[in-house]
Design a protein around this ligand. Structure first.
Ligand code: PHE
Length: 345
């Protein structure tokens, strides 16, 4: 039993193994412990000699265990020192740079498409007068469509100030401060009391377009949006209009975009396109001919001028372009998003 124990101790190559060896060969149920217990049952004459032999053997085993323990501990220590070595001289990037946010580059990309056609970029405040966000746009206090846009109101209520629910107040601001003809795009943040989930956010981005000139028609609007779609998503991607209603435009339309995944084919590799659910089109925004009541409210002569306006969700547009499936990715500030998409949009 002693030799078996010494052999096992020698063979233990880690502190873990040695622990087991100790249990096996020096523990309460080890052969030597059993032998020790049996000594009492021996005839008295044999006890002394047996006691000495077992005692010696146990002593030798315990010594060997202690010696091996020391060796293994020293080895462990040495290994940790090597493994945990940190090379403090390695060069590091102490200020890793992210990229520009895709919403920034995306909004600029969109603005550039219009600037290339001679349009200007206009901006307005995020905290807006109720009158500009609603009344000037033919959304009077009792207009049912007011409740369609779940508004954040600011206190005190008698100040009549809201977080703008769309970029359309920038239309009103532009008409009030510039002379026609007017061609502006207005990208920016908007706010609605929406839940925060994969497709909704209480803060999102829109791009508004407004053209006021003599003889502006629905055909100009369609041509402009088709050009926008093609510039944004590539050749073959165009728009279709579905009749709709907005108080500030008449007639009004919902704008759909050719599905940029199946490119209108409705199927991909023989199965129904998942992006457009087999429609061949995806919803993109709203548009229409500026309601003459809005022109009047904003000081534009409806006898001389007409105009078109449109509003698109930028976040949605970017999700289409990047293939992101969760809107929240755009807002959570993970630097990996900006490094992945920042430069390519
Ligand atoms: N402001 C509308 C919205 O937020 C979109 C729109 C803009 C519709 C301009 C028509 C003309 O839903």
């Amino acid at each position: 039993a002693r030799d078996a124990a010494l052999k096992a101790i020698d063979a233990a190559t880690s502190l873990e193994e040695l622990k087991q060896t100790r249990l096996d060969h020096a523990g309460d149920r080890s052969p030597l412990a059993l032998a020790n217990r049996e000594i009492g049952a021996l005839p008295p004459a044999a006890r002394k000699e047996a006691g000495q032999r077992v005692g010696k053997a146990r002593g030798a085993v315990n010594q060997a265990l202690a010696a091996r323990q020391k060796v293994l501990e020293a080895e462990h220590e040495a290994r940790m020192l090597v493994e945990e070595t940190v090379d403090v001289t390695l060069p590091t990037d102490r200020h890793p740079s992210g990229g520009r946010h895709p919403l920034t580059t995306g909004a600029e990309y969109i603005a550039d498409i219009f600037v290339a056609m001679g349009w200007e970029v206009a901006e307005g405040p995020l905290i807006e007068a109720e009158w500009l966000n609603f009344d000037a746009l033919n959304l009077g206090p009792d207009h049912p469509a007011r409740t369609m846009q779940d508004t954040f109101w600011t206190e005190p209520a008698e100040n009549h100030v809201v977080l703008r629910t769309h970029t359309s107040p920038v239309q009103a601001r532009t008409m009030l401060t510039r002379e026609a003809p007017i061609y502006v795009v207005c990208p920016g943040r908007v706010f609605r009391t929406d839940e925060y989930d994969a497709t909704h956010s209480p803060m999102f981005h829109q791009v508004e377009g407004l053209a006021i000139d003599e003889g502006i028609s629905m055909a100009n609007l369609k041509g402009t949006l088709d050009h926008f779609a093609t510039q944004m998503f590539g050749e073959g991607i165009v728009t279709r209009f579905r009749p709709s209603y907005f108080p500030f435009t008449e007639p009004s339309a919902e704008v759909d975009l050719t599905c940029f995944v199946c490119r209108g084919a409705q199927v991909v590799d023989g199965v129904t396109c998942r992006t457009c659910k087999g429609e061949g089109w995806i919803e993109w925004g709203g548009c229409g001919i500026v309601n003459p009541r809005v022109l009047v409210a904003c000081g534009v002569d409806p006898e001389k001028y007409s105009g078109f306006a449109f509003g698109m969700g930028i976040d949605r547009t970017l999700m289409f372009r990047t293939g992101l499936s969760d809107l929240r990715t755009l807002f959570e500030g993970d630097v990996r998003l900006t490094t992945a998409f920042g430069s390519e949009l």
